[in-house]
Design a protein around this ligand. Structure first.
Ligand code: NI
Length: 390
C-alpha cells in the first residue's frame, strides 16, 4: 500500500468554494451549459485538457508516471432540479425556480477535489484516471446512457461514484456489494370508455370506475403476487380524467413507475400490468392502450471492487463509521456504467434525524464537512486500485 493521501486545509477550503459556486448556478438536465464551462475552466486551471463524448459531458484524464496500465473512471453528475430554493444560504441559487437539491453540486466539488489532489500526487499513479462530469442524471434518457453509447466506458476497467446521502447519518459512509439502487421503469395507460350524463351511467362506459378498479388491482401486484423478500414498488403518480361534476368522461389517463432489483420482477410487472388491464377493461367493456418504458437498470456494485473501496475508507474513518448501505428503490443512472465495467457506488451520510431535509426538498442542504471525505476515499482508491493492477 502506498502513502496515505492527505487533504490539506487549503484543499478542503477550495473544495467547499467550488461547491458554493456551483450551487448558485443550477441548471436542468441536458442544459448544464454554465456548469460545463465552469468545470472546464477549473480543470484547465489544474492543467487538464478537457474533451467530451456527447457535447454535454466534460471529460479529463490524468496519466500516471507510466503511460501504461488500466483506466479507472470517476464520475460526478452535474444537473439540478426545477425547485425553488428555500434555504436562505448566502450562496443560494441565482437561477430562480432551479436548485441543486440533490447534492450534485457537492459531487462535482468532491471530484474536482480528486482531480486536484491526484494531479499533485501524479508520481504515485500507475495507469489513467478518467474524470467523467456527467450531464442529465435526473432524467430518462440520461447522460450515463449517452456516454456509454458514445463509447465512454469501452476501455475502462473500473468506475467509481458516490452520492451525498441524507437518509444516511452524517459522518457515516455506506457500502453495499451487489444491487444498491433499483431498476426504475415507467408506464402510461389510456382507458377509453364512453362518456355521458352523470344521471344516466347505464348508458355510458365509465372510465372513472374502470381506472380506479385497475389501479386497485395494480397495487395488489406487490402485496399479493411478489415474494415479500423481493424489494418491489408500483406507484401511480398521475391520474387525469373528467372536467365537470355531472359529466361522465370519455376517457382516463394514468401513469406510474415500477421499481425492482431482479430482472425477473421487471418481466413479471410488464406481464401482470397487461393482464390486469385486459381483464378489468374487458369486464367493463372498455378498451385501453398502454406503453411501458424501460428506464434505469438496477445499479450493481461489483463485489471485489466494493470491498476494496470500503477498505480504503478505513484509512480515513473509524471502523464504526463505515456501514452496510441500505438498498434504495430510487433509480440512479450510474447503473448504466455498472453494466459496462466493474463499479462501486457508495453513499456519504449527510443526514441528521429531525434536523435535515430530504433530497429534492426546497430546504435540502448538504454537510460540507463530508466533501473532503469523499475526495479522500475516491483519490486513495484510484491510486491503490491502479497500483494493484501493475
Ligand atoms: Ni442525485
Amino acid at each position: 500500500m502506498r502513502n496515505q493521501l492527505q487533504v490539506s486545509q487549503s484543499l478542503t477550503k477550495w473544495i467547499i468554494e467550488q461547491r458554493r459556486h456551483l450551487h448558485q448556478y443550477p441548471e436542468l438536465s441536458h442544459q448544464e451549459k454554465i456548469t460545463r464551462e465552469y468545470i472546464k475552466q477549473c480543470l484547465n486551471d489544474l492543467n487538464y485538457e478537457t474533451t467530451s463524448y456527447t457535447g454535454k459531458d466534460v471529460i479529463a484524464e490524468l496519466h500516471g508516471a507510466t503511460n501504461q496500465g488500466p483506466i479507472l473512471a470517476i464520475r460526478a453528475d452535474m444537473d439540478a432540479l426545477e425547485i425553488t430554493e428555500d434555504t436562505n444560504l448566502p450562496f443560494s441559487s441565482k437561477h430562480p425556480g432551479f436548485m441543486h437539491a440533490c447534492g450534485h453540486d457537492g459531487h462535482m466539488a468532491i471530484v474536482l477535489g480528486v482531480a486536484k489532489l491526484l494531479s499533485e500526487n501524479r508520481e504515485q499513479l500507475f495507469g489513467t484516471v478518467r474524470f467523467i462530469f456527467q450531464h442529465a442524471e435526473e432524467t430518462v434518457p440520461g447522460g450515463a446512457e449517452q456516454i456509454v453509447e458514445a463509447g465512454g466506458l469501452d476501455d475502462v476497467s473500473a468506475i467509481l461514484g458516490c452520492h451525498l446521502w441524507e437518509p444516511l447519518e452524517k459522518g457515516k459512509v455506506g457500502f453495499r456489494e451487489g444491487p444498491l439502487m433499483a431498476g426504475a421503469d415507467r408506464f402510461e395507460v389510456n382507458i377509453q370508455g364512453k362518456g355521458g350524463h352523470g344521471s344516466m351511467p347505464h348508458l355510458t362506459i365509465d372510465p372513472v370506475l374502470v381506472s380506479t378498479h385497475a389501479i386497485q388491482q395494480l397495487y395488489s401486484i406487490v402485496s399479493r403476487q411478489i415474494n415479500p423478500h423481493q424489494p418491489a414498488v408500483l406507484s401511480i403518480g398521475e391520474l387525469k380524467m373528467g372536467t365537470s361534476y355531472n359529466v361522465i368522461p370519455d376517457k382516463a389517463f394514468f401513469t406510474g413507475t415500477v421499481r425492482y432489483f431482479d430482472p425477473d420482477i421487471q418481466d413479471f410487472f410488464k406481464e401482470t400490468i397487461k393482464t390486469i388491464l385486459d381483464g378489468v377493461c374487458k369486464s367493463f367493456q372498455a378498451s385501453y392502450e398502454w406503453n411501458y418504458q424501460v428506464g434505469e437498470p438496477p445499479l450493481l456494485n461489483e463485489q471485489h471492487l466494493t470491498a476494496f473501496v470500503k477498505k480504503q475508507a478505513t484509512l480515513f474513518l473509524p471502523e464504526n463509521q463505515i456501514v452496510e448501505a441500505e438498498q434504495s428503490l430510487g433509480g440512479e443512472d450510474f447503473a448504466h456504467y455498472t453494466n459496462k465495467a466493474n463499479a462501486c457506488y457508495f453513499f456519504i451520510g449527510i443526514g441528521e434525524k429531525g434536523n435535515t431535509y430530504g433530497h429534492h426538498h426546497p430546504k435540502f442542504d448538504i454537510d460540507e464537512t463530508m466533501l473532503p471525505i469523499g475526495t479522500k476515499i475516491l483519490a486513495q482508491s484510484a491510486i491503490n486500485y491502479l497500483s494493484n493492477q501493475k
